[in-house]
Design a protein around this ligand. Structure first.
Ligand code: ZN
Length: 102
């Protein structure tokens, strides 16, 4: 039988019994639209681009990806869903610490 485990308390959730809640979290960098002037376009940006590429080459690709876009998905039992809604950023729950150990 398919079963899920609550990612917060570890309780086993049977697919055909308890209500199960799914939490999806998207974290991504919000870039402000770039303002370009004709002067910007005339400037040679080759050196700037090369510096940026050099910087990126030193960063672990996974870390770089985490900086840009990251999603999390949690299965929660009804009790933990109620707790999550009261504290979505995990300031009092152990959700994030627990996820980090897995
Ligand atoms: Zn739970």
């Amino acid at each position: 039988m398919i079963h899920f485990t609550c990612d917060m308390c570890g309780k086993v959730l049977l697919a055909d019994e308890d209500t199960r809640y799914v939490v999806k979290v998207e974290v991504y960098a919000a870039y402000d639209p770039m303002e370009l002037t004709s002067k910007d376009l005339q400037n040679d940006r080759t050196d700037e681009m090369q510096d940026l590429l050099d910087e990126m080459a030193d960063i672990d690709p996974e870390a770089l990806e985490d900086q840009v876009y990251k999603t999390f998905r949690f299965d929660l039992c009804p009790e933990c869903q109620a707790a999550y809604l009261k504290d979505p950023l995990g300031q009092t729950t152990r959700l994030w610490a627990r996820f980090g150990q897995n």
